[in-house]
Design a protein around this ligand. Structure first.
Ligand SMILES: [Zn+2]
Ligand SMILES: [Zn+2]
Length: 364
């Protein structure tokens, strides 16, 4: 049984990096490629081995297994090396890379752009429409992206306007992007004055955005094709709008619900009252019963934030905070002392419960 050392095949060290492996593979695959070695079965065999070795060593999992167990046989450990199907891919990529190394001009998708949009709290809840001025690269209209002035373009003599060169080697034909014109088939003799031959210009692009009601901080909206224009009729990039919502001085938002802490006077809490509260749509009132405690929360259904998906709204939670009066004057002090004398243990059930619990524990 033949023992194969993949590292030897790729002519690399056992601690070579992924980049080194790739480099060595490219060099060898190019050298032993059947197109360059027509009618040479040895080169073809070697080319297959090089590919097999690369498939294992370029995959960190397979490489780790190979390093631990070694190569047993063609049918042994590496039965998962799918030579036939993997071949085309690697082959294709390799040659595209090698042949396009001269910087071929191809249609390219425009860059994606990011824009940071600040919204007020109300805008985020009610939704809004914004007009944004986005600086972006756009295809030059004067030259339609070619970069050439009118009449400033001639057919490339190297490739005769085809944009590619063909070599024949035995039975095989190899195509190569024309290095003179970069694949466009044309050569610019006079650059477009507007874009100075770049093919694109910087322009302020007006984008109308409909921000949906209920959007929250940190959400990104994607607008297809509103980014940089594509190169040579390539598709436009996308525009990502990142939403930043200003904090509200009164409300805290959690998902679709709003929270607000409202202080009330202790007499109101004791006697019950109608108190004014804020909603994000304006002022409103709620009735609180006699004996309301600090921290008690009231829910106002549907006064929260609209849901982005589906119907309905979140709720508004009003948490009451009972304020104990400070800086009492003489008269107030006397009144409260009188109130204390008139108080009974039934007036303060929480205090009563707590005192009896403490007694249970410490007076056994
Ligand atoms: Zn131009
Ligand atoms: Zn050319």
């Amino acid at each position: 049984m033949e023992s194969i050392d993949y590292y030897e095949i790729l002519q690399i060290e056992r601690d070579s990096s992924g980049e080194e492996i790739k480099r060595s593979y490219k060099r060898l695959a190019f050298e032993f490629h059947p197109d360059r070695n027509p009618g040479n079965p040895e080169a073809e065999e070697k080319f297959k081995k090089i590919n097999e070795a690369y498939q294992v060593l370029s995959d960190s999992n397979k490489r780790a297994r190979y390093d631990s167990f070694g190569h047993i046989s063609a049918e042994g450990i590496f039965t998962d090396v799918d030579f036939e199907s993997g071949f085309g891919d690697i082959f294709g990529n390799l040659f595209e890379e090698v042949f396009n190394a001269g910087g071929a001009e191809k249609a390219r998708r425009g860059r994606d752009l990011k824009y940071s949009l600040d919204l007020t709290f109300d805008e985020s809840i009610d939704g809004c429409e914004k007009e944004l001025k986005i600086p972006r690269r756009e295809t030059c209209r004067d030259c339609s992206g070619s970069g050439a002035a009118r009449g400033g373009e001639v057919i490339c003599t190297s490739c005769g306007g085809r944009g590619e060169l063909r070599y024949s080697q035995g039975l095989f034909a190899i195509k190569r992007v024309c290095p003179t014109c970069g694949g466009t088939g044309k050569r610019i003799t006079k650059a477009c004055a507007k874009c100075r031959g770049e093919g694109h210009v910087l322009a302020e692009h007006l984008v109308k955005v409909k921000v949906p009601a209920g959007i929250s901080d940190g959400v990104r909206l994607r607008m297809r094709g509103e980014g940089d224009s594509g190169h040579l009729n390539g598709p436009g990039g996308d525009l990502y709008i990142e939403i930043h919502v200003e904090e509200h001085p009164l409300f805290r938002r959690e998902e679709q619900d709003l929270y607000c802490t409202v202080p009330i006077e202790f007499v109101q809490a004791a006697l019950g009252a109608e108190i004014e509260i804020p909603t994000h749509k304006g002022k409103s009132t709620i009735k609180i019963p006699a004996g309301t405690q600090s921290g008690q929360t009231f829910r106002l259904k549907g006064k929260g934030v609209p849901r982005l998906e589906g119907r309905g709204q979140g709720d508004l939670y009003i948490q009451l905070q009972v304020e104990v009066p400070v800086r009492l004057n003489k008269k107030q002090q006397l009144l409260l002392e009188e109130f204390a004398r008139a108080s009974q243990v039934e007036n303060v059930p929480m205090v009563k419960r707590f005192v009896s619990r403490v007694q249970d524990i410490f007076n056994k």
